[in-house]
Design a protein. Structure first.
Length: 403
């Protein structure tokens, strides 16, 4: 997420760079140049016998010092909208980066909520296992008492001990997954896992209900859809930038300088040199470069349009997937709750029948195993419903409350 935030700041700086093109560029310059130019002097003397003697004289040099102080400026007149389209494209890219940051934030929030509900499911599983272990300990005591009075076989005691040990093993292993989820939550909230802890609590069972008739415009809030739409706008602006290269550029340049031999008398009208005027430039031959740039920009635009279309379709698919998941899981939850109620009643009845000596202890084991499986299955359905609700919130870009 920090990388996405840095990308936003980078895009914001690029927008400021583009906006600077609307204004003239001014610069101040100052220089002091010392120039030495030398020339060798000499004389020619005619000698006897046709011999010519050349003798050199001392070298002469000229020294000059020029001091210059002035200001110059350049301003590109945006006749064809090149700067405007560039700014428009950079601003759209900034908005796309902001949407990418929002998408990263939403994904992290969804992952945090999912991990939290999974952790609470582990807490609830621990409660179920504790209850099962307590019930099996009571069954073991009943079996041992019946064995002492001679109405139960030794095999019943061994079976009860085996069942209890198996459940105690599950009870001992349950905190492992909870600890891993707790560490994951610590990282997501920016804390060290060793210093972070969440107290155990019962799991909530009030699953949010998605109202019927949600408008499809909710998908416009999805950060990935908004990012794709802004990328389309940015690529469209780049087409305008590429087309503007076919038109001449108009620049207004000017300068105002003072040039003289001494600094003390530099600022005076006799040393002033100024210039001002427009310049027009047009590329008449580039071997197809500009046409290729326009073709490239159009192809990039088509790619972003296709990505945008795919993002919308993916959003619709995810919403439909979660709606189906929530609907099926809601029906399953009703069945699982009824199964848990029936399994608990069957366990009680079977244990009473065993006390009365009408059923073997294997029936008690079967009833207790059935109850544990039913409670675990109901817990999994509840956890899946809560996670599906989180996925639905993510699919809709932040919930289903429409302004």
């Amino acid at each position: 997420m920090l990388a996405a935030a840095a990308n936003v700041e980078e895009a914001r700086a690029v927008v400021r760079q583009a906006q600077a093109g609307f204004w003239p560029q001014l610069s101040v310059n100052a220089s002091r140049t010392r120039t030495v130019q030398g020339s060798a002097g000499g004389s020619i003397v005619s000698g006897t016998g046709g011999t010519t003697v050349i003798s050199s004289t001392a070298t002469k040099s000229t020294t000059s010092t020029i001091t210059q102080l002035g200001v110059s400026g350049d301003w590109e007149i945006d006749l064809w909208g090149r700067i405007r389209r560039q700014t428009e494209g950079d601003r759209a890219s900034l908005q796309a980066s902001e949407a990418a940051l929002a998408s990263a934030r939403l994904a992290a929030q969804a992952e945090l909520a999912t991990d939290y509900f999974e952790l609470r499911a582990q807490d609830q599983l621990q409660i179920i296992l504790n209850d099962i272990v307590a019930a099996e300990q009571q069954s073991l005591k009943i079996t041992e008492n019946r064995y002492r009075v001679g109405v139960a076989a030794k095999a019943d005691v061994v079976s009860a001990q085996t069942q209890l040990l198996s459940s105690q093993a599950q009870q001992a292993n349950a905190p492992l997954q909870r600890g891993l989820l707790e560490h994951a939550i610590a990282v997501l909230v920016g804390q060290q896992p060793a210093n972070f802890s969440l107290p155990s609590a019962t799991m909530r069972n009030d699953v949010p209900t998605v109202p019927a008739g949600l408008p499809s415009t909710l998908l416009e809030r999805r950060p990935d859809v908004a990012e794709s739409e802004r990328q389309v706008a940015a690529s469209n602006a780049q087409i305008g930038v590429a087309i503007s290269a076919f038109f001449p550029t108009l620049d207004i340049t000017g300068s105002d300088d003072y040039r003289g031999n001494t600094i003390s008398h530099l600022i005076r009208s006799a040393n002033r040199v100024w210039s001002f005027g427009p310049s027009l430039a047009l590329t008449v031959f580039d071997a197809g470069l500009r046409r290729a740039q326009v073709a490239q920009a159009r192809a990039a635009h088509e790619a972003t349009v296709d990505n945008y279309r795919q993002a919308v379709l993916t959003g619709l698919q995810q919403v439909e997937d979660q709606l189906t998941t929530l609907r099926v899981l809601e029906q399953s939850a009703v069945i699982e709750d009824a199964a848990v109620k029936a399994a608990r009643e069957a366990e009680t009845l079977t244990l009473n029948q065993y006390k009365a000596g009408t059923v073997p202890y294997s029936s008690v084991i079967t009833a207790q195993t059935t109850r544990l499986n039913a409670e675990e299955s109901a817990l999994n359905v509840l956890s899946s419903r809560l996670q599906a609700s989180v996925a639905m919130v993510k699919a809709l870009g932040g919930g289903w409350h429409y302004p």
